[in-house]
Design a binder for this molecule. Structure first.
Ligand code: UDP
Length: 322
């Protein structure tokens, strides 16, 4: 059986990746420091002999005994509220954490895939965003800690590829949603659904004309799985090009949840990207991949997940670092 290390295993994406690789017959080593991750996301895996878990901060030296064939580096805070609250950890996990994972991959002769992000494009001047666009990022703005850590991550990953001949993969992940997102992570989808379930108005930032393109988690996982097994070392966008304004998105959530509440408007956070849509031509060509789950289907599955959470989850403070 191939053996894979997944950092950020207790997080939203990490936990879905653990499930997928277990299903594919891999032995999975999960690693997480549980700052933003939650063991609840992977507790169903602890009984399996194919799964082991290290409670460890990947920004510190990483040791994993035995063979490793693959590494997926997914540890990182990933919502703007999280990385505003824990900026130093965000910078460290994208830089030092990536360096540690690359060193481990080199030592084990493992192939590594790192989780990059559409944030490397910043507030983009090119639309939709293609992999050869270099981005428009403010290094000293609130998002700089995440965006620049991820840009450094791509650079050091390419350096290990060209200098050490390491087998590397880089996925640029666009907005993704689905079960196991943290209700209080500040992202727009859990924010809106949480507000609807609590009977509060839905907070649209700015005038809601900014756009995002939301990908259901199962589609994303499929794209990552194919990219890992491909032989392409340069960045690949994985996301759903179905673009929508945040105002329309709020209206969809109101309809889906049947809430009597309305949209209310709050100031737009600094450096909030105006538009975002992946160009996925490369993923289509290279991986034969494209998203299959429509927003209507994906939102229904996600809403059912949030609706069935224990009520105390719903009323936890708006944010876990508050
Ligand atoms: N947003 C919003 N209301 C909220 C949370 C977010 O209108 O309660 C907006 C946010 O300003 C951004 C978009 O929704 O324009 C997506 O935000 P998110 O934090 O989910 O991710 P981003 O794509 O900005 O990293």
């Amino acid at each position: 059986m191939p053996r894979i290390l997944i950092t950020g295993a207790a997080g939203f994406l990490g936990s879905h990746l653990c499930d997928r690789f277990i299903k594919e017959g891999y032995d999975v080593v999960g690693m997480d420091n549980l700052i933003t991750g939650d063991l609840k996301n992977i507790e169903h895996l602890f009984k399996l002999k194919e799964f082991e878990f290290y409670h460890h901060d990947v920004s510190k030296f990483v040791h994993v005994s035995g063979r490793l064939d693959y590494i997926l580096h997914f540890a990182s805070p990933a919502s703007p509220i999280d990385y505003l609250k824990i900026p130093i950890q965000t910078l460290k996990v994208g830089s030092l954490g990536t360096h540690n994972c690359l060193g481990l991959a080199k030592d084990k002769k493992a192939r590594i895939l790192v989780a990059s992000t559409s944030e490397v494009y910043g507030d983009p001047m090119v639309h939709p965003q293609k992999e050869d666009y270099w981005g428009n990022v403010n290094p000293v703005g609130p998002r700089g800690v995440y965006d620049e850590a991820k840009r450094f991550q791509e650079a050091i990953t390419m350096a290990y590829h060209t200098y050490h001949g390491l087998e590397t993969r880089i996925v640029r992940i666009f907005n993704t949603y689905g079960p196991r997102m943290r209700l209080n992570d500040g992202r727009v989808l859990p924010a809106f659904i949480g507000q609807a379930l609590r009977g509060e108005d839905l907070t649209v930032f700015g005038d809601g004309s900014q756009t995002r393109s939301f990908c259901f988690v199962d589609d994303l996982v499929e794209g990552i799985y194919r990219l890992l097994l491909s032989d392409y070392a340069y960045p690949v966008n994985i996301g759903n090009p179905d673009e929508i304004t945040i105002k329309e998105f709020g209206e969809e959530i109101i309809k889906l949840t049947g809430t009597k509440q309305k949209l209310i408007y709050k100031p737009l956070p600094k450096d909030d990207p105006k538009q975002r849509q992946p160009n996925i031509d490369l993923a289509k060509k290279l991986l034969g991949w494209e998203p299959k789950v429509s927003r209507a289907e994906g939102l229904k599955i996600t809403y059912d997940y949030f609706k069935n959470l224990p009520p105390e989850e719903l009323h936890k403070s708006a944010h876990r670092f508050d």
